[in-house]
Design a protein. Structure first.
Length: 84
């Protein structure tokens, strides 16, 4: 973490990790498997695994479908940036 470039890249991943954790938490709270969420979203389990794996940034539409499939409400919040 002493290398400024490494620290910047690491901190840049924080939002992705947070979203992945939120997806997994929503599915767990709903008591659903990836396969069950996939069926509700009319997609495949592999797609849900990729969403939860954080390999790409999903669209807002995909997040809305995931929220509906898990009985959750999607909320996107803009917060002030923290100065370093």
């Amino acid at each position: 973490m002493k290398d400024p470039e490494y620290k910047r890249e690491y901190e840049g991943l924080e939002e992705e990790f947070s979203m992945v954790a939120s997806l997994i938490e929503a599915r767990s709270r709903a008591g659903l498997t990836q396969e069950e969420v996939a069926k509700r979203m009319n997609t495949t389990q592999a797609v849900i695994a990729r969403l939860e794996g954080g390999t790409h940034m999903p669209s807002t539409r995909t997040l809305e479908k995931f929220a509906k499939a898990t009985g959750s409400r999607l909320r996107i919040v803009f917060e002030p940036a923290v100065s370093h």
